[in-house]
Design a protein around this ligand. Structure first.
Ligand SMILES: [Zn+2]
Length: 460
């Protein structure tokens, strides 16, 4: 399998230049002008287009039980949606609850993807409790090629770690050379605020925000970072959504804490008024942490531009409005959490970020691809364009215009949080290890082409 991409403008997190790219056997082998290639090599003419590294979404949920129901996507539908949006690698959260065996859960999650995914994928391993048996199992899971963990400070009875467990886990992670990602909200405060709101008859989706205000997230973030400071573990705050939590990460980083920060697309482009819409419409916009008032978005964009926020993920978790979100009509705590965004991340980040001059084109690629590859042990196999890297390439048309709609999206969910939004840019042609999986905007991927990416522990 070989491929020549001619006449494109190559853009990475650091460089911008015109050259041709030759791919052979799943890999970029040569970059240059007037390349001498075998006569029967398939050619893509990328004149007038950008050629950028395949994008990486470092925080998605595909198989996901939540309050007695399941997120709608399968690996077939999710990988298709990802590729249509230019995302060629997914990092999914494996989410065992406190009762489940970690090795069994890890194997079960991998079965959901094997043979079904059209794009490459790997995992963060959820750790809902910590003891010597869990430590032994994590050692095995890390050896299987999953050297990144996920902990929750929220979700009190399901996944929340005690302080003693958190301390011991971070000591272990430091020793093992693995990064620990954390959902940072104070679990007890959430429960107390939820109970109070419900007692006062405040049951609609607009009250979800008030059960998890910025102070709750800032408290969780500062807590996580204090433990990171004491243990010298490398940590990664997932879906940071507000100014107060960002300030907590800045203070910690200034005192030497090895902390990295992710925000997610919904928090950059949607604000809390979306969840205040009448007739339960707001339920479409319920996720945790909740959407914030608009000034927080400015803080997040500034953080991205200045390099204080490292990655933009989605926290993709697709639940239908009809039949799933509406389980919480009488009680907002029963609304399945999530704003499906997997397909839209790259182009909305381009539209709202690059086109609005909030971030430059290199920052766009860096935060949506390169940084995730670096932090999670995929670089330079993924996240950049250079000889030896996997031929995961996006031929991006920066001038294309379209309108988002649930009627045309590939995600298996019955609504779009961005319905009717005009967008700029399109992943016109996409390759995964040299195979064309989107051609001129048309999906040509194959379930099972995607591969589980094993990764090794690293020093940070
Ligand atoms: Zn998540």
């Amino acid at each position: 399998m070989s491929l020549l991409i001619r006449n494109g403008e190559i853009i990475t997190a650091t460089d911008r230049y015109s050259a041709d790219i030759y791919c052979a056997d799943e890999t970029i082998t040569r970059i240059g002008h007037d390349l001498d290639v075998p006569p029967d090599t398939p050619v893509i003419d990328a004149a007038g287009k950008w050629v950028v590294p395949g994008f990486i979404d470092p925080h998605v949920h595909i198989y996901l039980p939540f309050l007695g129901t399941y997120a709608k996507d399968t690996y077939e539908t999710a990988s298709r949606a990802a590729l249509m949006g230019g995302t060629t690698t997914l990092i999914e959260m494996i989410c065992p609850n406190k009762e489940q065996d970690l090795l069994e859960t890890c194997a079960f999650w991998q079965e959901q993807a094997a043979g079904r995914s059209a794009c490459d994928y790997t995992y963060h391993m959820g750790v809902p409790r910590f003891d010597p048996r869990v430590q032994a199992q994590l050692t095995e899971i890390i050896a299987q090629g999953i050297p990144s963990l996920k902990i929750f400070l929220a979700y009190k009875d399901l996944a929340h770690l005690s302080d003693a467990e958190l301390y011991a886990l971070l000591c272990f992670a430091k020793e093992a050379g693995v990064i620990v990602t954390g959902h940072c909200e104070n679990a007890d405060l959430i429960v107390a605020l939820q109970q109070r709101l419900l007692q006062d008859g405040k049951t609609g989706p607009e009250w979800h925000y008030h059960s998890r205000p910025p102070a709750v997230e800032a408290a969780g973030t500062a807590h996580f970072l204090a433990f990171a400071q004491l243990t010298e573990a490398t940590v990664y705050v997932v879906h940071l959504s507000c100014r107060e939590a960002l300030q907590a990460t800045l203070r910690a980083r200034q005192s030497g804490v090895r902390a990295y920060v992710e925000t997610v697309l919904p928090h950059l482009v949607l604000d809390s008024t979306a969840a205040e819409q009448p007739d339960f419409e707001g339920a479409k916009y319920v996720m945790s942490p909740p959407l914030r008032p608009a000034p927080h978005q400015t803080a997040l964009w500034n953080g991205l531009r200045q390099g204080f926020i490292h990655t933009v993920a989605t926290d993709h978790a697709p639940f239908d409005f009809h039949g799933q979100k509406d389980r919480g009509r009488a009680d907002f705590t029963q609304i399945p959490n999530g704003i499906p965004s997997l397909e839209e991340r790259v182009k909305l980040l381009y539209t709202a970020g690059v086109c609005q001059d909030r971030i430059d084109v290199h920052t766009w690629i860096n935060c949506a691809s390169t940084q995730a590859a670096r932090l999670f042990g995929l670089y330079p196999r993924k996240g950049t364009i250079q000889p030896g890297a996997d031929a995961d390439l996006v031929i991006f048309d920066p001038h294309h215009s379209s309108v988002i709609s649930a009627a045309t999206h590939a995600m298996n969910v019955d609504y779009s949080a961005y319905e009717g939004w005009p967008v700029k840019g399109r992943a016109e042609t996409v390759t995964v290890r040299g195979k064309i999986v989107v051609e001129q905007g048309r999906y040509t991927g194959v379930p099972g082409h995607g591969r589980f990416l094993t990764r090794a522990p690293q020093t940070f």
